[in-house]
Ligand binder design. Structure first.
Ligand code: FAD
Ligand code: NAD
Length: 479
């Protein structure tokens, strides 16, 4: 193996692997190092997203949603199926197969792009004679010093632990553990009503667990538009997710087969007894063993690698991307940063448009948004108009038994700029792409009004919301 590269990427998650591939497409010599180890001892590329995040969670969300629909919706369609049963082992096996295909896919992509894929850990050392040095330790512990003109740090994030509730890998687990349960817990406690708490809480609720979600804040989904948050809270409660807001966990004690969680809320000290606990209170940047003394790379007070708007660290030609730097911890945000950095390294023009990053919560109904919430626009002082279209007025949604939720568009009054789009409803995660494209290319609300949307599709909800912003909607009366 060559010991010198144009670019070394540390981390092969959704930020690092696209950076490596794009750098290779830019005709640079590239090595990508990753030491991700699965619970069965195997090594795999793809990071949190492919191994323990986006992909396995969506596989289980799909299986559990199908089970739920077979139980509760088929009869409405006149489909009689008798008793509906599921097999957790088969669900898990299907999920594992999808994960394996996805992670092996990265190995294949590296091979065809000409990226040198290295299994093990990388540590940035002090630079030497203008070249950056990376200490590579392979999975057998053998060390080698590699050098490169550019180093991209893409080491991702790890789950935050509660001081009062250490992970034990069995009964008190992080999100990865909650993706690997081999049986449905009868009573599941989830700490944190954020994205992970709601997605994984939904999986196990649909499969029959009694799920209690303890959220420290008094508000629900504060990062979303509050009209969406209110609708989501109503729907999740209706589904039986017992979400307790303002619930601060103070201690946990493990019994032989259960865990007692003590928490305080507005009315005083409370406790619940559950069989398993998932702690989903956020993730923190992972810089463990990443930087040797004196590299000059700055870390901020929250542990993130400090970067500028172009992902440059304090050290020339050392870059950092993905969850290890500021901004939303989302796979597609990291991917875009990776591509942009690889293009900048190759001397091309590139930039990340941080204003137009979509977010999706893959519950049922799905929640998706891009741009500013109504609360943010109001606080900015800009005059705005709102168009809302409920899915119950959509023929396609009704045909799908999915008439819950709405699409809300917020636009500027003065120049018609689309400031934010917020959707709660069927396929919201797919629908939001149109809003992202519109905002990326500065389409106005009128541009969306004049764009023909196929009928009957869910995407008509965006069209109608744009019309509603000017009080000219056709399919739903607006005042
Ligand atoms: P990571 O994916 O964490 O990858 C970092 C990689 O770096 C790892 O493979 C690690 O082994 C490696 N590494 C670290 N240090 C070193 C070192 N010193 N040497 C070598 N290798 C190293 N985001 C979405 O956008 N959509 C979703 O649906 C979604 N679902 C999620 C569900 C769950 C349960 C979780 C936990 C997260 C989810 N996320 C989702 C978030 C998403 O997974 C992260 O934002 C994304 O993985 C970050 O990518 P990354 O490449 O920055 O880091
Ligand atoms: P999060 O930030 O979404 O939610 C954490 C929640 O825990 C918050 O509501 C917070 O108020 C609460 N909390 C914090 N401390 C608490 C405490 N002591 N007791 C009770 N509640 C507490 O974090 P997450 O759900 O752990 O997800 C981590 C990251 O992974 C997120 O940044 C998210 O972007 C990403 N992710 C994305 C997706 C997706 O895109 N669909 C899915 C899963 C995860």
């Amino acid at each position: 193996m060559s010991e010198q590269f144009d670019v070394i990427v540390i981390g092969a998650g959704p930020a690092g692997y696209p950076a490596a591939i794009r750098a290779a497409q830019n005709k640079l010599s590239v090595a990508c190092i990753d030491g991700w180890k699965n619970h069965d001892g195997s090594y795999a590329f793809g990071g949190t997203c492919l191994n323990a995040g986006c992909i396995p969670s969506k596989a289980l969300l799909e299986s559990s949603e199908l089970y739920h629909r077979a139980q509760h919706e088929f009869a409405t369609h006149g489909i009689k199926v008798g008793e509906v049963k599921f097999d957790v082992a088969m669900m898990q096996a299907r999920k594992n197969k999808i994960v394996k295909a996805s992670t092996q896919g990265i190995t294949g992509l590296f091979k065809s792009a000409g990226v040198t894929a290295l299994v093990g850990t990388g540590k940035l050392l002090k630079s030497n004679a203008g070249m950056h040095q990376v200490e590579f330790t392979d999975k057998d512990g053998k060390q080698q010093i590699l050098s490169a003109r550019h180093v991209v740090l893409a080491s991702g994030s790890v789950p935050t632990e509660l001081k009062t509730l250490s992970f034990d890998g069995k009964d008190i687990v992080d999100s990865w553990g909650a993706l690997e349960f081999d049986a449905v817990p009868k009573r599941l406690g989830v700490i944190g009503a954020g994205v992970i708490g709601l997605e994984l809480g939904s999986v196990w609720k649909r499969l029959g667990a009694e799920v209690t979600v303890l959220e420290a804040l008094d508000s629900f989904l504060p990062m979303t538009d509050q009209a969406v948050a209110a609708e989501a809270f109503k729907q999740f409660k209706k589904q039986g997710l017992d979400i307790k807001l303002g619930a601060k966990v103070s201690s946990a004690s493990k019994g032989k087969t259960d865990v007692t969680l003590k928490y305080t809320d507005a009315t005083g000290e409370q406790s619940i007894v559950v069989d398993k606990v998932v702690v989903a209170i956020g993730r923190r940047p992972n810089t463990h063993n990443l930087l040797a003394e004196g590299t000059g790379v700055d870390i901020d007070e929250r542990g993130f690698v400090k970067v500028d708007a172009e992902c440059r660290t304090a050290v020339t030609n050392v870059w950092a991307i993905g969850d290890v730097v500021r901004g939303p911890m989302l796979a597609h945000k990291g991917k875009e940063e990776g591509i942009v950095v690889a293009d900048l390294i190759a001397g091309k023009h590139a930039e990340v448009n941080y204003k137009v990053i979509p977010s999706v919560i893959y519950t049922a109904p799905e929640i998706a948004w891009v741009g500013q919430t109504e609360q943010q626009v109001k606080a900015s002082g800009r005059a705005y108009k709102i168009g809302t279209f409920p899915f119950m007025a959509s023929g396609r949604a009704r045909a799908m038994e999915a008439g819950t939720g709405f699409c809300k568009m917020i636009s500027a009054t003065n120049d018609d700029e689309i400031l934010g789009v917020h959707i709660i409803g069927p396929m919201a995660g797919e629908l939001i792409a149109e809003a992202v494209l519109a905002m990326e290319y500065s389409a106005s609300t009128e541009d969306l009004q004049r764009t023909i949307h196929a009928h009957p599709t869910l995407s008509e909800a965006l069209h109608e919301a744009a019309l509603a912003a000017d009080k000219i909607a056709i399919d739903f009366p607006n005042k």
